[in-house]
Write a protein that binds this ligand. Structure first.
Ligand code: GAP
Length: 457
């Protein structure tokens, strides 16, 4: 499985999905750039998410808030005080680790939050440093995960400290009143946002699984506190599982993990993760669903002095809504789509690697080839076909190497359709369309190409 991951990481670099960022400066740990195809894939996933959960629903609206928000927000939300990880340093090689992860790997038990217990395990079990192999540990300490920045560098001082948002949710809660006042939403309704979040994670590799700078696609779904919420909660879990499958995940690679009551985040009454079977270490969190109660709205109302309530005109009731929060990591969605798509196939004429993305997510929908690049009449016809298709689909013009090589390249990018313009095309206005998965070829009229592809999408 780890082998698959290495091959996938190599393909991502070779084909322009994901590059290690700042490479020419020697790299910068755990930061990545989505390359030409990776950024298309990312955009397609975002668009699918927005369409599924926002634009196709009458009970949802979207916002796009800032990354740097009023620092008091993060005090009220509990992040300044409680958004911590337990860390420990190796005294020999000075590397820093998540203490709870080291201890869990050594004992199979989760001691999150129990610093003394973690220290005890590290010492008694002589847990070894993963880098240098020594067992000489510092004290286990908690570190806040929020990135700090200074708003006004000329003056300095604590009063100028601001934070990069550690979750997109914060911006949603503080705009609750503006959204209710400006749109015609009625409880139950949701506010969605896609955007960057930042956490000072001690990262244990695993490619784009755990990053310091990542994107979330989050919904705060506001409900009547008296609503029997369990059915709705179950419904959101199903929707999250369906979205994982829309990324290409097989049902057997998806499972639920409910957090124990004593391990819940400070704001949560119930949290269930949707986990995916990643090729490193098995099932890990992909999405999360939490019942955040009225914790956030009440906390922000108290800290800001602004009432954050909802008036139910039909029943003449005023209340602070409760919140169900479905949260989706965008980078983990991309990783899931990449892992699920990666396929090696043995063919009579050799082997091929093919990225079997769901067709609607593929970075390029259709590639257009002139059979020979040195025949101007073929090139001109192919350019004409490309111009028409690229108005509707993400299309690519490819005249490099022989057609077999072009197919291999498009397979590795995951392009579902390759269209070849040959000498017959000049006579009868038909082209060959080759299917990525079956590799079967069909002759299609140029004027019917758009409809043919749209139907298959
Ligand atoms: N608002 C709730 C919240 O932020 P979370 O479980 O901490 O909950 C939500 O994060 C999702 O964001 C996770 O399910 C995961 O997909 C993604 N995520 C969290 N930390 C991440 C990181 N360091 N790198 C990449 N994705 C991350």
């Amino acid at each position: 499985m780890q082998d698959k991951m290495q091959k996938l990481v190599a393909l991502c670099k070779r084909r322009g999905f994901v590059f290690p960022a700042s490479e020419i400066y020697g790299g910068f740990a755990n930061s990545y750039t989505y390359g030409p195809y990776g950024s298309e894939l990312k955009k397609n996933i975002k668009d699918l998410w927005w369409k599924t959960f926002v634009s196709s629903r009458r009970d949802m609206v979207g916002i796009d808030g800032p990354i740097i928000l009023h620092p008091k927000l993060w005090e009220a939300s509990g992040h300044v005080g409680g958004f911590n990880d337990a860390m420990v340093d190796c005294k020999q090689c000075k590397k820093r680790f998540r203490a709870d992860h080291l201890v869990e790997e050594a004992t199979g038990q989760d001691f999150e939050g129990e610093l003394e217990k973690m220290q005890e395990v590290l010492v008694n079990e002589k847990v070894k440093c993963k880098v240098c192999g020594s067992s000489d540990w510092s004290e286990v300490r908690v570190f806040n995960l929020m990135f700090k920045t200074e708003m006004n560098t000329t003056e300095g001082g604590e009063e100028n400290i601001a934070y990069l948002r550690p979750e997109t949710a914060g911006a949603i809660f503080i705009e609750f009143k503006n959204v209710v006042d400006s749109s015609r939403v009625k409880v139950p309704f949701g506010i969605a946002q896609i955007g960057k979040a930042f956490r000072n994670e001690i990262v244990a590799g695993n490619f784009i699984f755990r990053l310091r700078e990542f994107e979330q696609m989050e919904i705060e779904y506001f409900i009547d506190p008296e609503l029997a919420w369990e059915e709705l909660f179950e419904d959101w879990l199903l929707k999250q599982e369906q979205f994982a499958m829309a990324l290409g995940a097989k049902p057997e690679d998806i499972r639920r993990y409910e957090h124990a009551q004593e391990k819940l985040s400070h704001y949560s009454k119930k949290t269930v993760d949707i986990e995916y079977n990643f090729p490193f270490g098995g099932f890990k969190e992909l999405f999360g669903l939490a019942h955040r109660t009225d914790f956030d709205l009440k906390a922000h109302a108290e800290a800001s002095g602004t009432k954050l309530e909802y008036f139910d005109a039909a029943n003449n009731r005023r209340f602070v809504p409760h919140v169900i929060e479905p949260t989706f990591g965008l980078d983990r969605s991309i990783l899931t789509a990449l892992v699920a798509a990666y396929t090696e196939e043995e063919l009579e004429e050799g082997s091929r690697i093919v990225m079997k993305f769901p067709r609607n997510l593929a970075p390029v929908t259709v590639a257009v080839f002139p059979l020979l690049k040195n025949k101007p009449e073929l090139v001109a016809k192919a350019e004409e076909v490309f111009a028409n298709l690229s108005m509707i689909f993400k299309a690519e013009f490819d005249d490099n190497g022989n057609v077999g090589k072009r197919y291999r390249r498009q397979d590795e990018i995951g392009t579902p359709f390759c269209v070849t313009i040959d000498f017959d095309s000049l006579e009868d206005d038909t082209v060959t369309v080759r299917d990525r998965d079956t590799m079967e070829q069909e002759r299609v009229k140029i004027e019917e190409l758009v409809g043919y592809i749209q139907e298959k999408l």
